[in-house]
Design a protein around this ligand. Structure first.
Ligand code: SF4
Length: 456
């Protein structure tokens, strides 16, 4: 069990990136459709060896949850999904034509929005057109985010028939008063029913998402939610700290009309409760809000050194290139990032012109790529082997990054990392402070910047 020291948590509560990419998305610049970014895609396709991870952003939601920080389109019109599929088809055809035919898809993820806004024939259409353009590895992982309020058994069957075998369910909190305050009514029985359907249809990994820091939550009320969640026996849990950013997400202002949001001290106590409860009940703390059973592939991949971090959080497959489709979706090659338009009209207009519908992106320098590798190893493998990195980088690691290693010394003094002549190791306690450790290697980080969420 990890014991949480609240004094340390207070000391290390800074504004820092979550490192789903490096450099982070705030460094992306305007995208020029003729820019070298697309040549990176072509470079990856000179042979068929680099595996692919596909991501589809399916943005529609019937109603808005007031805490939401995702890129969404609120509508009840099912035909909106048909139009969107027409454009996804154009985007897939445009990009697949540049992909080497021997490349294999090892991962596919539907995120949102609410992917289960799409009805069974729409889900079947998307699966069919994806398989028409890409070849899948036999052991590919197919995962989907589902909203238990918008899911039928028929949709679960459609997803299973399309090859999906992992699901992530938004729960947030079981307390009815909290659910009402955040405009998301989802009785426990609804979540239980969905889990039962998923297990009947042989989904092998079920994740539940929770959020702490919402109106009316207390340490006691959240302890009750956690106890109920544990009864459902999920394979993984993601427990996020609510980020209140009403200047970016104006609907979040609605939460201020409710009971006061929990104080920072209450949130700290909840963090302690969550970490200590879950790690004492057989879950491994992977890092960055994610917990998994020891037998779950996420924990297995971490132990095997194949865990990776990307825009969807943690992923079990290292060394893949991400091809992402739909509004706001971010694609990643070994030396570039490319983000699509965040709203429908410019996204549709670019595809009507036959252009890649990207609006922002970034070309990585050699130094960016080296630092990305270091930061991802800290976030995923929880260690750095200096000799291995020196070989890969063609220069002595400890000499080259002496300033960064010196920055880590106070964290070592507080027991978050162990530094030796041969490497760095994140301690059990240090798993709670991965961002604080990673930020020491971030060449773009400005401590006074408020562009990132707090580490707690
Ligand atoms: S269902 Fe999910 S994506 Fe849609 S508004 Fe609610 S939290 Fe946001």
């Amino acid at each position: 069990m990890i014991t949480v020291d609240l004094d340390l948590v207070r000391k290390y509560d800074i504004s820092a990136p979550r490192y789903t990419s490096y450099p982070t998305a705030v460094e992306f610049r305007e995208f020029n459709p003729t820019a070298p970014l697309l040549s990176h895609l072509d470079r990856s396709n000179r042979d068929g060896s680099l595996p692919l991870s596909l991501y589809f952003h399916l943005p529609f939601c019937e109603t808005l949850c007031w805490f939401c920080g995702c890129t969404t389109v609120i509508t009840t019109s099912r035909s909106a999904a048909d139009t969107y599929l027409d454009y996804l088809e154009k985007e897939i055809a445009l990009l697949a034509s540049r992909v080497h035919p021997d490349r294999r898809v090892v991962q596919l993820h539907y995120g949102g929005g609410t992917p289960t806004f799409f009805q069974p024939p729409q889900l079947a259409r998307l699966a069919e057109l994806t398989r028409r353009h890409f070849k899948f590895a036999p052991d590919a992982e197919l995962s989907v985010e589902v909203d238990p309020r918008r899911l039928s058994h028929a949709q679960v069957i459609a997803l299973r028939e399309s090859g999906f075998n992992r699901a992530s369910l938004g729960v947030q909190d079981f307390n009815p008063q909290v659910q009402e305050a955040v405009h998301r009514i989802q009785p426990r029985a609804m979540t239980e029913q969905v889990i039962s359907w998923l297990r009947t249809e042989r989904f092998t990994s079920i994740n539940l998402d929770l959020i702490y820091g919402l109106p009316y939550q207390t340490v006691d009320s959240f302890a009750d939610t956690l106890a109920q969640v544990l009864e459902l026996n999920p394979d993984r849990l993601a427990v996020f700290s609510y980020a209140h950013v009403p200047w970016m997400k104006p609907a979040q202002k609605l939460l201020e009309r409710e009971a006061a949001l929990p104080s920072p001290e209450t949130k700290l106590a909840m963090l302690k409760l969550i970490t200590e409860t879950l790690t004492s009940r057989g879950y491994v703390y992977i890092g960055m809000d994610h917990f998994a059973r020891e037998t779950d592939e996420l924990a297995v991949a971490q132990a095997a050194g194949t865990l990776q971090r990307n825009f969807q959080g943690y992923s079990t497959r290292a060394g893949v290139e991400i091809l992402a489709f739909g509004i706001s979706a971010i694609s990643q090659t070994p030396f570039s990032y490319r983000q699509n338009h965040k709203t429908l009209l410019p996204y549709y207009a670019a595809l009507d012109r036959g252009e890649v519908p990207a609006s922002r992106g970034l070309e990585l320098s050699e130094e960016d790529a080296r630092r990305r590798e270091i930061i991802m190893r800290v976030m995923c493998h929880l260690r750095l082997d200096y000799a291995a990195l020196s070989r890969e980088f063609g220069a002595d690691f400890a000499t080259r990054y002496a300033t960064e290693l010196a920055r880590l010394q106070p964290l070592a003094n507080d027991g978050l990392v162990e530094l030796s002549a041969t490497g760095l190791k994140v301690t059990e306690l240090g798993r709670l402070f991965l961002r604080n450790i990673a930020v020491c290697f971030d060449a773009y980080y400005a401590p006074e910047s408020k562009r990132h969420s707090r580490t707690v």
